[in-house]
Design a protein around this ligand. Structure first.
Ligand code: TXA
Ligand code: MG
Length: 306
């Protein structure tokens, strides 16, 4: 089921099958966004509620107008500056964009992922693809092809569906989501693109995280391993994930020692997945301090501990 053949994957998408795709953030489970039955099969495979919207992935900024309308100049500037990259824009949907993509909302999420293999796949297939993270509903986003296989292997159709192996995801946490529905950008989910960067490029004040707009699917139960996550060292914990300058408490197993917040983002999900493989019931995951990607890492750790 794991493949490196681009053409085979492009034909699979065109035929309505699902293809797990590598991106710079996390792996996505992709379907032709114009094919309702194909997109609905994503929901079935993920076990995901149907009112959760999915992001449309495109290869070029030029394709944005195919999916969204009434695009503010500042939103276009964000796309031109950060795409391909870890930024999802929420915009008013074009007329053909179905409820099966938007979860019934009038808006659509769009992004161009920064991964050579997936950009080549998008170009080869000529499609926009709807793709949520390639995990079962409520569990950890996969950051490697092996993690996708572990999450979805038994739910994908081995005769039709594919997993495209693009190696480990460089960033490791999901894209920054920016709502462009108001007069200024508001951040719905933290990621590698920071609120400061969005403010500089848009020339507008940014609502750091808009608590009044809840993107369905950013629930606390997401991003969680089976193990209980403590944000402080706790004597019940069997293992620890923390920056390298945090010592391993006596008797605990070290699952990751990233040197920087960016490396922390890259390793976090794989380390929490490893905790589950080892059957731990409680792990200490110590949040990094600082801004930028550190804030996104803290956000995911906080959700995982909720
Ligand atoms: O980095 C990412 O964004 C990854 C990769 C695969 O691109 N995708 C991802 O998709 O994280 P997913 O479905 O796991 O999370 C997408 C989030 C959800 O919280 C969803 O509610 C929100 O985006 N979203 C999508 N369209 C939306 C819309 N029209 N309005 C509000 N939120 C939206
Ligand atoms: Mg997800």
């Amino acid at each position: 089921m794991i493949t490196t053949s681009l053409e085979r994957a492009a034909r699979a998408l065109q035929g309505g099958a699902l293809v797990a795709i590598p991106t710079e953030t996390v792996y996505g489970l992709a379907a032709d966004a114009r094919n309702e039955a194909a997109v609905l099969s994503i929901y079935a495979v993920k076990g995901r509620p149907s009112n959760h919207p999915v992001i449309v992935h495109i290869a070029e900024v030029d394709q944005l107008d195919e999916w969204a309308i009434n695009i503010p100049t500042w939103a276009r500037a964000l796309a031109e500056t950060f795409w391909p990259g870890p930024l999802t824009l929420i915009l008013p949907r074009a007329a053909h964009v179905g409820d099966w993509i938007t979860g019934g909302q009038e808006s659509v999420g769009v992004r161009a992922p920064d991964h050579a293999l997936t950009l080549a796949l998008l170009r080869e297939s000529g499609l926009g693809v709807a793709a949520p993270s390639a995990n079962r509903f409520g569990s950890l986003s996969p950051t490697s092809a092996a993690a996708v296989l572990e999450e979805l292997g038994e739910y994908l159709d081995p005769a039709e569906d594919l997993i495209l192996d693009g190696g480990e995801c460089e960033i490791g946490v999901e894209s920054t989501i920016v709502s462009c529905l108001g007069s200024a950008p508001s951040i719905l989910r933290l990621g590698a693109i920071t609120a400061e960067q969005v403010a500089v490029v848009s020339g507008l004040n940014v609502v750091a995280v808009d608590p009044s707009v809840r993107a369905p699917g950013t629930l606390a139960q997401h991003y969680s391993p089976r193990a209980h996550v403590c944000m402080e060292v706790n004597e019940k914990c069997e293992a620890i994930i923390a920056l390298a300058d945090v010592d391993t408490p006596l008797g605990m197993v070290r699952l990751a020692s990233p040197d920087t917040a960016a490396q922390y983002a890259h390793e976090l999900y794989a380390a929490m997945r490893e905790a589950d493989h080892r059957g731990y019931t409680c792990i200490a995951v110590i949040p990094p301090s600082g801004e930028g990607i550190a804030a996104a890492v803290r956000d995911r750790i906080t959700r995982a501990s909720a």
